[in-house]
Design a protein around this ligand. Structure first.
Ligand code: C2G
Length: 153
């Protein structure tokens, strides 16, 4: 019997932590379904994203180990999805350890160790360091260098 695995996530600024998780989950079965959180659902989750839903969906859909992508619109669609897709395993990163044990009545539930040293939040915070004042200082430096070049010509 085909073993179908399902997971859910935002997958914003797709990175190696996301890829490692998806590859590990695919390794547990024959088919991997990924529910990608819609922009509206991310608001409900209190998560802001850089990449819009359509693009996050396309990126995840193009990952070799992903077989099916579906929108994740709500917290409680998991039960229906597990039944509709005849899912054998629900898996997610262990930052959610224990949070989805209620699904154990429907399928196996596994929590996968997160990849350390990488997160969408860390990536966003790197961009966040370049604030308006930094950019204004940078422009002043560029203008100063430009004025020197003008004098040399
Ligand atoms: N992840 C990981 N290692 C990282 C970062 C993320 O294994 N360094 C995993 C998370 O544990 C999660 C998946 O990658 O299983 C997607 O992470 P997010 O996009 O942050 O998803 P999240 O906001 O946790 O949404 O209903 C479930 C939620 O939609 C999960």
């Amino acid at each position: 019997m085909k073993r179908t695995v399902i997971t859910y996530g935002t997958f914003d600024l797709f990175h190696i932590g996301h890829l490692n998780l998806l590859k590990k989950l695919k390794g547990l079965g024959d088919e991997l379904i990924v529910g990608v959180s819609t922009d509206e659902f991310n608001e409900e989750k209190g998560k802001s994203t850089i990449i819009k839903f359509e693009d996050r969906l396309s990126i995840v859909e193009s990952i070799k180990c992903v077989d099916i992508v579906i929108p994740e619109n709500s917290w409680d669609q998991k039960e229906k999805d597990i039944q509709n897709y005849n899912v054998s395993i629900f898996g997610i990163g262990d930052d959610w350890q224990g949070k989805f044990d209620n699904l154990k009545t429907l399928c196996e539930v596994v929590y996968i160790p997160r990849t350390t040293g990488i997160s969408t939040t860390a990536i966003k915070s790197k961009f966040g360091f370049v604030n308006r004042k930094d950019l204004e200082d940078l422009k002043k430096s560029i203008d100063f260098v430009g004025s020197i070049l003008d004098k040399l010509n």
